[in-house]
Design a protein around this ligand. Structure first.
Ligand SMILES: Cc1cc2nc3c(=O)[nH]c(=O)nc-3n(C[C@H](O)[C@H](O)[C@H](O)COP(=O)(O)OP(=O)(O)OC[C@H]3O[C@@H](n4cnc5c(N)ncnc54)[C@H](O)[C@@H]3O)c2cc1C
Ligand code: SF4
Length: 506
């Protein structure tokens, strides 16, 4: 009896549990480009191109490794447009009695998979995805009974479990976290390495033409597409990062510069999230660089924390809280997403930079996502569901398990403080400290009110006051509320008037 092994667009690893468990001689791998997956949000053109091209290349790699692969392109005239439809057709076509799959990264797809047994009449086996360091039941056990979930404590467990940057039972360098050293602003005179770029081959060119034709109305530019699409490309991107950018990653992790999209970031998230790179292997290579004396500890620790800490933590939280997490709206924010999130047409230079760069590359680094587009949306009271759908659409690395907790929890505080202990809210001063944007902006970052005042300044205070009932009791905000309390009544009224006028015009 044949076994059907469906492989999804973010499961492009030769050591995928379902592939490891299947008998190569008696199995058919199914890969399908389906319209429902390509359109459940209006994905950036480069995101669709990246995933389709990486899938096509993975099918080639599987065939080379001796697998029989049934690959359904988007253009296939019989393509039903859904994963379930393609699994049903393929099971019948190959006379399969069993479907063997690895559980997906998204709740929506897991619900779909749960119906495959009834649909195909096949025994259906869904295996845990072992490409993460923390199994979901282990995360649930860790979270059980804790009043508050905090990444930092989870991260220490992961350090102990993996042995990464450990000296016996103690953290290397005597501290778990070197974040305090990772907040240097960048200067325009810094040498900035250009990130890894892959040259599109014939397969990628064909996909680019398909996307240009079928997704012409989607957000984003396709020109300049240079993402890698194979495990070899992803490996080359890792080597580039270790050599060129990792040494300065820590120091400038939070910095932003006009016209510079990447600074010292790794741009490895698309490869990690689709399975082209293995997270533990990446962390081991980073640790090796530190042990060999080629990178400082604050860079190595800062980077490893993002992967074994944040990346694993947000995944655990997503599966703990789904379904329902993506509809959370603790601060009752209902304003629609401003149109400039799609066009970049705004006088606020920090937002214009982040959005136009996102349009051109499908990438923005963490601080741009958190403290520019995310911060503005939260201060302006934008509906978190709309913000979530925007992030899910526009970034090359956006899959709901990682995007939703970052957006709903970390950036919008819409989960009421489950993921983070306080809202990441900031006025213009923060952006001015961490970037060179404000010097070229039409607004004056030093002013709070008046025609030329940086809009973020009044919005910041207005946000705190508007949500005072929910935020005032937060000990981490006590000082800010005290500062507000000391302001003259007239100044408070001016700030409120300024914010209201801006929001009305938005
Ligand atoms: C509102 C918002 C939405 C986000 N959406 C996504 C998303 O859809 N997909 C995604 O992979 N990341 C997301 N992030 C996290 C982070 O911004 C990206 O992982 C990072 O910018 C990717 O670029 P990089 O590979 O150059 O990262 P680097 O700065 O080089 O970091 C290294 C790696 O650490 C991991 N990482 C870093 N921060 C996080 C984090 N907060 N959560 C999970 N993993 C992290 C990523 O795998 C990343 O590749 C989001 C953050 C925010 C604030
Ligand atoms: S002045 Fe305000 S709006 Fe302009 S770049 Fe600075 S923070 Fe952004």
């Amino acid at each position: 009896m044949e076994t059907l092994v469906p492989v999804l667009g973010d499961q492009l690893s030769l050591n995928l549990p379902s592939l490891a468990a299947a008998d190569r001689e008696r199995s058919v791998v199914l890969m399908a480009e389906v319209m429902r997956e390509a359109s459940y949000v209006g994905h950036h053109k480069q995101k669709i191109a990246f995933i389709f091209s990486a899938m096509r290349h993975f099918a080639i790699a599987l065939r080379k490794a001796g697998w029989r692969v049934d690959y359904i392109t988007l253009e296939n005239p019989d393509n039903t447009g859904s994963l379930a439809g393609e699994v049903q057709r393929a099971a019948a076509r190959h006379g399969c009695g069993r479907v063997l799959a690895t559980k997906p990264g998204e709740w929506r797809v897991l619900e779909d998979m749960s119906g495959w047994g009834a649909l195909t009449g096949c025994e259906t086996v869904l295996l845990e995805d072992t490409r993460f360091l923390c199994p979901l039941d282990e995360f649930a056990a860790w979270a059980e009974g804790r009043k508050q979930l905090r990444m930092e404590y989870f991260y220490r467990e992961m350090r102990r479990k993996t042995g990464l940057l450990m000296e016996g039972d103690e953290p290397a360098g005597g501290r778990w976290n070197f974040d305090a050293e990772n907040r240097k602003p960048a200067e325009g005179s810094l040498f900035l390495p250009r990130p890894f770029r892959a040259v599109p081959d014939a397969v990628t060119k064909e996909v680019l033409a398909l996307v240009a034709q079928r997704f012409a109305q989607n957000f984003g530019r396709l020109e300049g597409f240079a993402y890698g699409v194979t495990a070899q490309d992803a490996q080359a991107a890792l080597e580039w990062f270790l050599r060129e950018a990792l040494p300065c990653f820590g120091d400038y992790q939070d910095a932003m510069l006009k016209g510079e999209a990447w600074l010292y970031h790794s741009v490895l998230s698309p490869y990690l999230n689709t399975g082209l790179l293995d997270p533990l292997e990446v962390c081991r290579r980073v640790e090796d660089e530190w042990r060999a004396g080629r990178v400082p500890l604050n860079s190595a620790e800062g980077y490893i924390r993002q992967i074994i800490g944040w990346r694993e933590y947000v995944r655990g939280l997503y599966w703990l809280k789904m379904p329902g997490y993506t509809d959370e709206n603790a601060l009752a924010a209902h304003r629609p997403l401003p149109a400039f999130y799609w066009t970049g047409e705004t006088d606020m230079l920090c937002l214009r930079e982040a959005i136009t760069q996102t349009r051109d590359t499908a990438y923005a680094h963490h601080i741009q996502r958190l403290m520019v587009t995310g911060n503005f949306a939260m201060l302006a009271g934008i509906n978190p569901r709309e913000v979530h759908e925007w992030y899910l659409a526009v970034y090359i690395d956006a899959f709901e398990w990682v995007e939703a907790p970052n957006t709903i929890g970390m950036s919008q505080f819409a989960d009421g403080g489950l993921l983070g202990s306080k809202p990441y809210a900031a006025g213009g001063n923060y952006i001015n400290r961490m970037s060179d944007y404000c010097g070229s902006c039409r607004y004056d970052v030093k002013q709070r009110t008046g025609r030329d005042a940086c809009p973020l300044n009044a919005l910041y205070w207005d946000f705190l006051v508007r949500n005072g009932e929910k935020l005032r009791g937060n000990p981490r905000l006590a000082q800010v509320f005290r500062t507000y309390g000391k302001m003259a009544e007239e100044a408070k009224r001016d700030l409120h008037r300024q914010a209201s006028a801006f929001l009305k015009a938005l």
